[in-house]
Design a protein around this ligand. Structure first.
Ligand code: GLA
Length: 401
């Protein structure tokens, strides 16, 4: 009997030893770039190499961007034994050579697959080939996998993502696992043990305030996605992040809108995956993507998402608890006209039950730092007065004096 119990324990132990995700890979929200938002299916090895070069030369690497992620449509066919091959025309040197190049720049490579039979773009999915694909990615030197949810009829989401998590773990190479099932099956309830980030919504659309209706599916603008994050902050933290989708900064919105979009993704502790053409971006776009003080809010080690404190007349006020008792505060003007704000700190009581943090401006004075002008901006002893342009934001960091 003792021997049977012992064997059972060994079995249980060895199953659980394999049934894990890689820990410590995304203690702060992942930062990088992905091909989809700008290039769609137009991917090839030259684009990926040039993008890696641009991440370094633009200063994005120094600002924290690490992952260079190829999205859909890199695939060729499976070989006779079922191993996936890259499209030989788009990636003639193969993915391993690309990974070597990217690693030589001190960056990491991400790839894309799908839990179903086919990807959203109609290329071979990983269904039935999970362990084989995980092994292939590990051999190629891949560091990040975005795993989509098209063509998954009759599959159970948690089970399907669990299978790929276990396959990645068995393959042995630490790979960030990005769950992309669009929030359809409430991944925030189950994905924390499976992946490092999970999409909370359908695809972003490159607009500040609109919905793009495709009939059977919809894409959402920046503020629509923002509204869908309500009630999710308690599920995120170091190693497991809500993902409100990749950035559209530099893809055509106004500078104000790009700044507001980027700021709110930082307030939300969202993954910062740029989605523009890094080889030809404007000075304004680069300035937004590399603002280190704003990025520091996103990468704060506490990993606590902001919460909405108030919403009035088109202006939302959001607070995010930061390390050392600091706070980030954002005044987001969602309206299409300028808004004057007057915020008398000592009349506000900011209390966050999730982080158990409170800001008492009547008893404590904080120094203010404007994170976009990068200037000190007085203290909370005086009423804050400002005018915020339409679709723009005022973002401050508060430090106890
Ligand atoms: C889905 C995902 C997108 C992108 C495309 C690729 O729509 O949500 O982010 O990966 O598939 O086909």
């Amino acid at each position: 009997m003792k021997r049977i119990i012992f064997l059972l324990l060994i079995c249980l132990f060895s199953v659980s030893a394999h049934a894990q995700k890689f820990e410590q890979l995304a203690q702060t929200p992942p930062m990088g770039w992905n091909s989809w938002n700008k290039f769609g299916c137009n991917v090839n090895e030259q684009l990926i190499r040039e993008t890696a070069d641009a991440i370094v030369s633009s200063g994005m690497k120094d600002a924290g961007y690490t992952y260079v992620n190829i999205d859909d449509c890199w695939h060729g066919q499976r070989d006779a034994r079922g191993f996936i091959q890259p499209d030989a025309k788009r990636f003639p040197s193969g993915i391993k050579a690309l990974a070597d190049y990217i690693h030589s720049k001190g960056l990491k490579l991400g790839i894309y697959s799908d839990a179903g039979w086919k990807t959203c773009g109609g290329y071979p999915g990983s269904r039935g080939h999970e362990y084989q694909d995980a092994l292939t990615y590990a051999e190629w030197g891949v560091d990040y996998l975005k795993y989509d949810w098209c063509n998954t009829e009759a599959l159970n989401a948690e089970g399907a993502y669990l299978t790929m998590r276990n396959a990645l773990y068995a393959a042995g190479r630490p790979i960030v696992f990005s769950i992309c099932e669009w929030g359809s099956n409430k991944p925030w309830d189950w994905a924390g043990k499976i992946g490092h980030l999970w999409r909370t919504t359908g695809d972003i659309y490159n607009c500040f305030d609109c919905i793009k209706d495709h009939g059977t599916w919809k894409q959402n603008g920046v503020v629509q996605i923002l509204d869908m994050q309500k009630g999710l902050r308690e599920h995120a933290g170091p190693g497991h992040w809500n993902d409100p989708d990749m950035l559209e900064v530099g893809n055509g919105m106004s500078t104000s809108e790009d700044r507001a979009h980027f700021s709110m993704w930082c307030m939300l502790a969202a993954p910062l995956i740029a989605g523009n053409d890094l080889r030809s971006m404007s000075a304004e776009t680069k300035e937004i993507l590399t603002n280190r003080e704003v990025i520091a809010v996103n990468q704060d080690p506490l990993g606590i998402e902001a919460f909405q404190y108030s919403a009035k007349d088109g202006v939302e006020v959001w607070f995010k608890p930061l390390k050392d008792g600091d706070w980030a505060v954002a005044f987001l003007n969602r309206s299409t006209s300028a808004r004057k704000i007057s915020f008398d700190w000592k009349n506000e009581l900011v209390s966050d039950s999730l982080s158990k943090r409170e800001a008492r401006f009547d008893t404590t004075t904080y120094a203010l730092r404007d994170l976009w002008t990068r200037r000190d901006a007085g203290t909370t002893a005086r009423t804050l007065s400002a005018e915020i342009p339409p679709h723009d934001i005022l973002m401050l960091r508060l430090k106890k004096m």
